[in-house]
Ligand binder design. Structure first.
Ligand code: DLL
Length: 439
């Protein structure tokens, strides 16, 4: 590998491929990926046939625009394993994230996929100046969520010491941060803000600790939030982007220039389209990010519509990477909510409510932010009969609804049962979500 800009960076990584090398790597990998999906994923093959296309028709990177899009509901419709391009014996890991209704979407990894994921995560940390010897507190949730294990493997590969503390028990997190000499942390931005606030209450001054850097992601945050985080904790905070369908965290990362997130283009091909016309937009114009995996084996994704709204940042980055940059993601083109890093669709809450007898299909989701943490309240109308029930019956109903919501979305919500016709009716689209969170 030649590293044209190696003088600017001590590590020899694909981050510094020349543009020619990068584009030719992408084309080879794209052709291989499309062939793999065509041979193994019936849904993709059918769509290609409908367009009268064959993998061999792909001759240049621009030909990717001829390929069909993939959307979240494709993963739901083929639940659980219908998008897999590897036999189960080669799948070493499954993760899952929210679908649009009750069922999660399932994502799969071969051993090779885990290697790629580990590599992009390690490259992400290296871009943020992390190195062997760092003591990394991993406050992303471990489990089906890709944040925990994704961040874990990458940090270990970097040679860091990982503390798999996961995402709970704030006081213990702060004790560990102080006592173990943590130098770097992974968390959602809102959780890190919460840690800062709690540290003040516990009489810990983060600025006095060895903590120097945070890689934050999994939910939208703003430049103002970064300023506040950095001023209050004395660290440098970097934005990390990713999504389960593509690999998890480690799709894109900021470098010290903090002028957009570099996409690891040798593994992920990025396009930005107008979500209405589905045509590509000019660089610098906002649109929906569309990603194609270039190395994934178990679950290749072709032109996956992320629903995340962003724009390409024009021109080269001062860090010397040729990897294209996207602006930080501030919103989505669908109604998916991100509550404490967990993806929730209003339709999931609706499905959860409808499962419980005694509720009516009139509800409202109210989001607020207290002490930097998202709070969610679901207000739902219940039938006259339920209301007439004795108090015990209502309590039981409340428990059932709460359990139903938690089992579908994975989050606990505050719940208010209200009388029929209490929730405002709308003449047009129902306004189900009231988002009072200010960032
Ligand atoms: O959130 C993966 C991840 C974990 C990314 C840890 C970064 C750090 P999902 O649960 O599948 O995966 O959610 C993906 O979260 O489509 C975005 O809407 C949103 N998102 C992720 N990172 C960012 C970010 C993980 N840095 C969805 N800024 C994505 C804004 C983000 N939104």
């Amino acid at each position: 590998m030649t590293t044209g800009a190696a003088h600017r960076h001590p590590i020899s990584t694909p981050d510094f491929l020349s543009l020619d090398e990068l584009r030719s790597t992408q084309l080879v990998r794209l052709c291989r990926t499309v062939q793999r999906a065509y041979d193994n994923v019936p849904l993709f093959r059918r769509r290609m046939e409908e367009l009268d296309l064959e993998p061999a028709d792909l001759r240049s990177l621009d030909d990717v625009t001829r390929l069909p899009f993939t959307v979240k509901s494709d993963l739901r419709d083929t639940y659980p394993f219908g998008m897999f391009a590897s036999p189960m014996k080669d799948v070493v890991r499954l993760h899952a994230s929210s679908g649009t209704t009750g069922k999660p979407i399932v994502v799969a990894y071969t051993a090779g996929d885990i290697e790629v994921w580990t590599e992009t995560m390690a490259r992400s940390y290296a871009a943020c100046g992390w190195h062997a010897g760092d003591i990394v507190q991993n406050s992303y949730g471990y489990g089906l969520f890709t944040g925990g294990l994704g961040a874990h493997y990458g940090a270990e590969a970097l040679g860091a010491t990982v503390i798999p503390v996961s995402a709970a028990n704030t006081e213990r997190q702060l004790m560990i941060m102080k006592d173990f000499g943590v130098t770097a942390i992974c968390a959602t931005p809102s959780y890190f803000l919460h840690l800062i606030d709690q540290s003040v209450e516990m009489g810990i001054d983060m600025k006095e600790l060895p903590l120097r850097s945070a890689v934050l992601g999994a939910e939208p945050w703003t430049e103002d939030m970064r300023k506040r985080i950095e001023a209050e904790s004395g660290i440098t905070a970097y934005d990390m982007y990713g999504l389960s369908e593509i690999i998890g965290p480690g799709v894109g990362i900021e470098c010290p220039c903090k002028a957009g997130l570099h996409i690891f283009e040798d593994h992920f091909l990025a396009e930005i389209i107008d979500p209405e016309t589905l045509e590509r937009v000019p660089d610098g114009t906002e649109g929906e990010l569309v990603l194609t995996t270039l190395s994934k084996e178990a679950m290749p994704m072709i032109r996956y519509r992320t629903r995340d709204i962003t724009a390409f940042v024009n021109g080269p980055c001062e860090c010397g990477r040729n990897l294209r940059r996207i602006r930080r993601i501030g919103r989505r083109s669908d109604d998916m909510l991100i509550i404490r890093g967990v993806n929730v669709f209003p339709s999931q809450i609706e499905a959860a409510l409808l499962r419980v007898e005694g509720t009516l299909p009139h509800y409202r989701i109210v989001l607020t932010r207290e002490q930097d943490l998202d709070q969610i309240e679901v207000q739902v109308e219940v039938t006259h009969e339920a209301l007439r029930d004795e108090a015990r019956g209502l309590e039981e109903l409340q428990r059932k609804v709460a359990r139903s919501i938690e089992s579908i979305t994975g989050i606990r919500t505050a719940l208010t049962l209200v009388a029929p016709h209490t929730i405002e009716r709308s003449e047009g689209k129902a306004r189900r979500v009231i988002d009072r969170r200010v960032m």
